[in-house]
Design a protein around this ligand. Structure first.
Ligand code: HEM
Length: 462
């Protein structure tokens, strides 16, 4: 280690290395704890795979910005190594010419204000449908928040992508269609895979995880193939959606499939889990809930919440930021990889080492946040700190060249859905549970989800 000037880290055991630290349900918490002993830049071994972990705003800035180009590769989990897909992927390729072209199109044509504004009305309609679904529940019936929020997000994304719904209320969300396929893919991709720990067995797909992902990919692609075919055939240019932009730019089917999957996949689960955590935090603290509801009543009155109202809802915005600080949907961002050997904070990070940035540890770093483990939305009313990638103590969307592409959409849909659920309903816990008894346990699947999921009883307010 001394010879190569590698970062410090816990002693790796023979064969398993430091695997025990990552096989727990909350590796982000375990690695945050280890970083207090070994420092903000650590080296661990997940089996035979060396992994660098950055756990402070300073080390994150080095990885994502100062040395951003050298650290911009991706480590692709073996279960997701699907040749036809990864070749056209934005999420999983290194910063190739193709990736640059896709990001440019996303920035200049897909996630633009004009494109997002074109769908305001339809987003508001999708949220209204969600509210009527919840209002239609029998009095006193408890609902699982993610089930219908995830479906609503898929419909919002469905309209942005190809102007169609992809989810029907009333179907059990975890059993049908795109919701099931995307969830299963995320679940399989997040399952511990020996091939990631011992790369020399990678090609064998011993537990069939790669095959299982490929099957889901084929099934989910089949859901939109007829829509793409029909649009190509009619040659109708009236629609303002991603599909039209991609067809106008001569994209081929495999490229379209990759972009659709990487809109529905990262776009739904991350936003849905953020809304669920925010509701749980607010239900647990009735005084904060009262403040956010008071703001909604004052600014929106008895009308349905509109996107145009959002800039006035500063406390709601602060609640969402505080939720993302405490429960970042992607606590390790998406795994990076060093594409060349690079000096970082006085150490050497060798080429091809996997690099994780622990956004969870950073959001709770006591050097940068007072009372870091408490839910205090007020702190975001008094600071300029934002999730735009310029403040490394708060990076739920990442920062630098691989920063989240969907932020402009997420920053509209999350407050619209959360605000509407809080404005229209009063939420109570089942079986008369006291709010302060609500547990705030999470587990890391591909995203940081609540465990168990939040179940609550809606009571109509207006
Ligand atoms: C709460 C909502 C969301 C959160 C917290 C989130 C978070 C993130 C994070 C942490 C990254 C990786 C940054 C890195 O590795 O350096 C990322 C990348 C990405 N996100 Fe999001 N995201 C959200 C919503 C969305 C939405 C709505 C979409 C699309 C509709 C989206 C599409 C993407 C894509 C395509 C990438 C890959 C970018 C690249 O590798 O170049 N995300 N997101």
């Amino acid at each position: 280690r001394k010879l190569k000037n590698l970062p410090p880290g816990p002693h790796p055991w023979p064969v398993i290395g430091n695997l025990l630290s990552v096989l727990s349900p909350c590796p982000h918490v375990d690695l945050a704890r280890l970083s207090r002993v070994h420092g903000p830049l650590m080296l661990l071994k997940f089996g035979a795979q060396p992994v660098i972990v950055a756990s402070s705003p300073e080390s994150a800035e080095q990885i994502l910005k100062t040395r951003g180009s050298a650290m911009s590769g991706r480590y692709i989990p073996h279960s997701l190594r699907m040749r036809d897909h990864t070749e056209h992927s934005v999420v999983w390729t290194d910063c190739t010419e193709n990736w640059k072209m896709l990001r440019r199109i996303a920035r200049t044509q897909l996630f633009t204000t004009k494109m997002l504004d074109a769908h305001i009305r339809v987003r508001e309609e999708k949220v209204a449908e969600m509210l009527s679904y919840v209002a239609g529940k029998k009095g006193g019936e408890a609902v699982k928040i993610t089930e219908f929020v995830f479906g609503t997000l898929l419909n919002v994304l469905g309209h942005v992508v190809f102007s169609r719904d992809v989810f029907r209320y009333g179907e059990r969300g975890d059993e049908v269609g795109m919701q099931r396929l995307i969830r299963e893919m995320l679940y399989i991709a997040a399952s511990p895979n020996l091939a990631d720990f011992y790369p020399f067995i990678g090609g064998l797909d011993l537990f069939g995880l790669n095959r299982a992902c490929l099957e889901r990919l084929r099934d989910v692609t089949a859901l939109w193939t007829p829509v793409v075919k029909e649009r190509r055939a009619v040659n109708d240019h009236s629609k303002q959606d991603f599909l039209q932009v991609l067809l106008d730019n001569d994209f081929r089917d495999p490229q379209i499939n990759a972009i659709f999957l990487e809109t529905f996949g990262p776009g739904s689960e991350t936003s849905s889990t953020t809304i669920e955590w925010a509701m749980a935090e607010l239900i647990k603290q009735p005084s904060k809930m009262a403040k956010v509801v008071e703001e909604l009543d004052r600014e929106v009155g008895t009308n349905p919440l509109k996107e145009a109202d959002l800039p006035r809802l500063q406390y709601l915005d602060a609640c969402i930021k505080e939720t993302m600080r405490l429960h970042p949907a992607a606590p390790f961002l998406i795994p990076h990889r060093a594409v060349e050997t690079t000096p970082v904070m006085g150490y050497t990070v060798p080429k091809d080492y996997q690099v994780l940035v622990n956004a969870y540890a950073i959001g709770r770093d006591p050097k940068h946040w007072t009372d870091p483990d408490s839910f205090v939305p007020e702190r975001f009313l008094e600071t300029e700190v934002d999730y735009n990638g310029n403040h490394f103590q708060f990076i739920p969307f990442g920062a630098g060249r691989r920063m989240c592409m969907g932020l402009p959409l997420a920053s509209r849909t999350i407050p619209l859905i959360l605000g509407s659920l809080l404005h229209s309903f009063k939420w109570e816990l089942p079986d008369g549970m006291e709010p302060e008894k609500l547990e705030m346990n999470g587990k890391l699947s591909l995203t940081l989800v609540r465990d168990p999921p939040l179940v609550a009883i809606p009571k109509l307010r207006m």
